[in-house]
Design a protein around this ligand. Sequence first.
Ligand code: HEC
Ligand code: HEC
Ligand code: HEC
Ligand code: HEC
Length: 510
Amino acid sequence: MKTIAETIQEKPWVGWALFFGTMAAVFLLGLFTYTIVERRTEAQFAYIPLTDIDPLEPRPEVWGRSFPRQFSTYRQMADTTFRSKHLGSQRRDLLEENPRMVILFAGFPFATDYNLARGHIYSVEDVWRTLRTGAPMEEGEGPMPATCWTCKSPDVARLMHEHGPEEFYSKRMSDFGHEVVNPISCASCHDPHTMNLRITLPALAETFQRLGRDVNDATHQEMRSLACAQCHVEYYFGKNNYLIFPWDKGMRAEDMAEYFDEIGFADWIHPLSRAPMIKAQHPDYEVFTTGIHYQRGISCADCHMPYATEGGQKFTDHRIQSPLNNIANACQVCHRQSEAELIRNVYERQDMIKELRTKLEDVLVATHLEAEFAWDQGATEEQMQAALHKIRHAQWRWDYAAATHGGSFHAPLELARTIGDGLHIAHEARREITAVLADLGHFGPVPLPDVSTKEKAQTYLGIDLEARRAEKQIFLDEVVPRWLAEAEARHRRWDERKADPTRTESYLFD
Ligand code: HEC
Ligand code: HEC
Ligand code: HEC
Ligand code: HEC
């Protein structure tokens, strides 16, 4: 029997055969391991296909062809049946549920019509429908500036690219009615080539810059909240309705109030108390950053866009909604408590904040009406000034806590502190007015009108809801279809250009 070494010496090709055989075996084994790993990764995330989507393409269905899972969950937002104790996707008439807000917002469009948000897919439709936007029959008409469109549609990024933000903001909402038709969608948050998250609206990046930060330096996890902070923030309209976030002195209610005082800003003058008011928008991001989940490094997307799996593939659920409609994926990936226990935790926090907030509302409503009474008794500007400044500050703190709809769960402690501060200031305002009334010779309680329902409160303010509804119906029947027809023609032009193989430029611009 020969040894292998002897055989190889006699027939060298056996050596080479052994050598290449072993190499081939190792190579195949390596290949095998590689495919296993690759399949595993694929099981987690579908690969990102190359697309020819324009970076400013506002139509979700065009992106949806390349990303069917994200698109089909996105479209589930059309379902508005979910309702939790305080929130959810159903359209809820918040003035009917809480008529105090009619008095608090007197003289401002929110006293006329205020509904709970239904979801991103309705963002444009709800702007058409709300009585707050009036019934502009022609371009240039209507109460609202174009700035109102900013957080409603990715068509805005396209228009800003074309006109520049300054010119965009300076127009009327109705000037762009035919241009802004696509609801919040893919282009609001993604770059189509990498599908990385991106900031498409300028206000957030500009604010970061003013504060000496660069939004492009944000980490991946920060972007999973900052994508939302493009819109879910406090803001105001500066010169020529330029959109600005008032974060220069900090994000707490009192920091922003100081900022507004310093620049002498008021959204409107309250017609009953004549106080210069500030309307809180929706400081969701700001309030969230004071809560425990933010402090533990959790992002908006962790709860509102949790991971889902389908056919072994992991992807991000794009049905952005109340996490209480999806507790298994939104909460139980981190918490081992039962669904009932987690819901109880959420409701308990919301109920407690609501209880405090309602107390502040009651004092504020009375204070506005008592101030009105003091004016009627002949009070002077000078006498009223201190009280009015306090009304402004107390209501701002209330609104900061009320307008952030998720805030009583996101950061209950901070909201309790803010409302407590507001209660203190509101009581001081009321005491000032009592002193003014005493100077005018009025002692004892002030006779207050009955404003205990939405209807009674609106009648007291002289709001003619029926007239507003009638003109809105004409707008919906005549103007909106015209806008939609123009948009459809534009979309067709885009599709034709997109299909042209000789095209070298963006297909979006005429
Ligand atoms: C381009 C602006 C914009 C961006 C970006 C945005 N939102 Fe919104 N969001 C809105 C508007 C506007 C509404 C109200 C839409 C309506 O109901 O008509 C809304 C509504 C919501 C609602 C209420 C929906 C419901 O069913 O009750 C939730 C929750 C929400 N957004 C979470 C998020 C989260 C989380 C992010 C980030 C991943 C985000 N949003 C990013 C503008 C935006
Ligand atoms: C409000 C912001 C927002 C909108 C609008 C949005 N996405 Fe996303 N998308 C996200 C976030 C957040 C992630 C998770 C990103 C991460 O963690 O890297 C994500 C992830 C993705 C991914 C990566 C794979 C995955 O599932 O995690 C794809 C693909 C995607 N989105 C497609 C879409 C499409 C298509 C649309 C429009 C139908 C869309 N997105 C609309 C915020 C958004
Ligand atoms: C990514 C992980 C993660 C997710 C998702 C998550 N949580 Fe938490 N949650 C935490 C951490 C971490 C804390 C802080 C507790 C600690 O550090 O001991 C916390 C704290 C809490 C607390 C106590 C807060 C307080 O006031 O002290 C409640 C209640 C809670 N979570 C409920 C929820 C609910 C409801 C959801 C789903 C809507 C949810 N969490 C989703 C990680 C998570
Ligand atoms: C730990 C989980 C968690 C995180 C993180 C989180 N939220 Fe929420 N959010 C909730 C819960 C729970 C509610 C209350 C839902 C309810 O009552 O139906 C809520 C409510 C909301 C609502 C009102 C929803 C409605 O139905 O009207 C908005 C808007 C919202 N969150 C936006 C955000 C934004 C923006 C961020 C990041 C800045 C964020 N959330 C971070 C759990 C979370």
